[in-house]
Design a protein around this ligand. Structure first.
Ligand SMILES: [Zn+2]
Length: 155
């Protein structure tokens, strides 16, 4: 089901139906992008004034989602869904949103491997709002019951 797609907007061809799990969605996004997708917690993200909830790094051959630690499973899920939403909405192809990550945030990554990152530092930004809205939609899918065989046949 592609009900999540906004009319006329470019998107990754991924089905998202009620009852989908975060793991399954991650798997589908990875398959659609055709490269590995890693999700890691990065405590440094929550340090300092410009604290970030999450970050997506698109290197030449791998996608990495980094998220701040959270004791709330729902918060953690929302951080990840936000970054997955950027992928679903193809925001890495929007050139004016490319931001370069500083070594201070990711000291162990070679600068050359980090080609772009979308940082959730400005919630007023149009791309941030779109990603956050889609993350909310997907969160309701994850929290709803799978479509039953009965309603598939008779619904
Ligand atoms: Zn974002």
């Amino acid at each position: 089901m592609r009900a999540w797609i906004e009319e006329g907007r470019p998107h990754l061809p991924v089905d998202i139906e009620p009852g989908i799990t975060l793991a399954e969605l991650t798997h589908r996004v990875q398959a659609a992008r055709g490269r590995p997708l890693r999700i890691d917690e990065l405590p440094a993200l929550s340090d300092g004034d410009g604290a970030l909830c999450g970050l997506w790094l698109a290197t030449d051959d791998v996608d990495i989602i980094l998220h701040a630690p959270s004791e709330s499973k729902l918060h953690r899920e929302q951080f990840i869904l936000h970054e997955l939403s950027h992928m679903l909405l193809l925001h890495d192809r929007v050139d004016d949103k490319v931001e370069y990550v500083t070594r201070s945030v990711l000291p162990d990554l070679e600068p050359a491997t980090v080609i772009k990152a979308l940082a959730r530092d400005s919630i007023n930004d149009e791309y941030e709002r779109r990603a956050e809205r889609l993350a909310d939609v997907i969160a309701t899918y994850i929290r709803s019951q799978p479509v039953s065989r009965f309603s598939e046949i008779f619904g």
